[in-house]
Write a protein that binds this ligand. Structure first.
Ligand SMILES: NC(=O)c1ccc[n+]([C@@H]2O[C@H](COP(=O)([O-])OP(=O)(O)OC[C@H]3O[C@@H](n4cnc5c(N)ncnc54)[C@H](O)[C@@H]3O)[C@@H](O)[C@H]2O)c1
Length: 361
């Protein structure tokens, strides 16, 4: 017998449909069960979404795990509780986890689906704008730990995503804008996403921002589709973030540090990302990595959506320490996604000395 055996495993490619409509929410359950015919399933649903849509959705109470709201719920205790629920219900690999809610529900429910019995079926029903344009697609699932956000997780693609635009109507203004921050992010990274088409997202947002702020369904549908196309273009080329996928973290390194320093209580994810985008544009401009015109274009678009630049009382030294612990960092360096030209970004190392020197960061 040789004492070295090579194992070659062909990565299983899983394709899945993303359904987008504004059908009656009452039809959703039947649609999913008609498409998949699961005999057993557990619906993980956010408390707020349950209060708003529980009746219309029509799932039996026995099939529900109601998750309290907030980022702090994406924790190991709730992960264990959902696992226990799966065990009590006798779920198996052929069963499904159906996540109904925002990114918090999608992330934790997806992590359960990925790990219970080493993987079961997983359906995403995103109900926030952020989850529609970003977190429900691409297969990142995770929980937070005391050391940081999304520190325990994996990549696990859903069997299908059901986007119903009606859910967006009941989002409060803050949560809606939180989703818009991820939409605006796509405008700044679009050209680096290597998509099949040039969607001109920056210009589209710039012209139609009022319709979008007014939640006009036609415009909403368009931006959701474009963001998903861009995300798919990236994640199909680099599912596990070995290279290209890192561009999706534009604005996130600083944003995650802001969320962490405030114990996830002060900013929504999108708000933190918006400040992260401002930070990185300021940085790139100060270090002359982009010209003043592009910085101005970025600021104008951010302002149109109500994302204003702001300096914080949180000391930059502390934020830098947190950024050093980011998953994307190595021992010494903080890796960031930098804007280079309109719609283009690249990965680079943050010049910590420059950040510390320029007191207004
Ligand atoms: N997996 C990924 O690729 C990925 C990408 C981006 C963000 N995320 C994660 O997503 C999370 C943020 O997601 P989020 O912004 O959706 O926040 P969230 O899930 O906390 O939802 C925000 C709030 O909106 C409420 N809500 C949800 N749907 C509603 C509706 N239709 N009407 C009224 N209220 C509703 C929720 O109950 C919650 O209180 C973070 O944990 C972030 O790390 C994951």
């Amino acid at each position: 017998m040789p004492n070295k055996i090579d194992v070659e495993i062909e990565e299983k490619r899983k394709s899945y449909p993303i359904n987008i409509d504004s059908d009656n929410v009452e039809n959703l359950k039947n649609k999913i069960l008609k498409d998949f015919n699961f005999s057993k399933y557990l619906v993980v649903i956010s408390e707020k979404v349950y209060k708003l849509y529980g009746k219309q959705l029509g799932f039996s109470k026995d099939d529900l795990f109601i998750l309290k709201d907030g980022e702090i719920q994406k924790n190991i205790k709730n992960y264990q509780k959902i696992l226990q629920c799966c065990e009590k219900k006798g779920l198996n690999r052929k069963s499904a986890i159906i996540a109904v809610g925002g990114g918090v529900v999608g992330d934790i429910a997806g992590f359960v689906a990925a790990t219970f019995m080493r993987g079961m079926n997983f359906i995403q029903v995103p109900t926030t704008l952020l989850a529609c344009v970003d977190s429900s697609v691409g297969g990142k699932v995770a929980i937070d730990t005391e050391y940081g956000k999304n520190l325990v997780g994996t990549f696990y693609q859903p069997n299908a995503v059901y986007i119903n635009l009606n859910f967006i109507n009941t989002l409060d203004e803050r949560q809606y804008k939180s989703g818009l921050a991820e939409v605006v992010k796509y405008a700044f990274i679009e050209k680096s996403c290597e998509a099949r088409f040039d969607y001109g997202l920056y210009d589209f947002l710039s012209v139609h921002y009022q319709k979008i702020l007014d939640r006009d369904l036609r415009f909403l549908e368009k931006i959701i589709k474009v963001c998903i196309e861009l995300k798919i273009s990236v994640v199909t080329k680099d599912e596990k973030e070995a290279g290209l996928r890192k561009i999706l973290n534009f604005g996130h390194t600083y944003g995650h540090a802001l969320e962490k320093i405030t114990n996830y209580k002060t900013f929504t994810h999108g708000e933190a990302v918006a400040y992260g985008i401002h930070f990185i544009f300021n940085y790139a401009h100060k270090l002359k990595l982009i010209d003043a015109n592009y910085k101005e274009l970025a600021v104008v678009l951010m302002h149109k959506f109500g994302f204003f630049d702001k300096t914080f009382k949180y000391p930059i030294e502390k934020l830098i320490e947190i950024m050093k612990k980011d998953k994307k960092a190595d021992d010494e360096n903080i890796k960031v996604i930098l804007p280079t030209m309109k719609g283009y970004v690249k990965e680079d190392i943050l010049n910590i000395n420059e950040v510390l020197l320029k007191s207004d960061f």
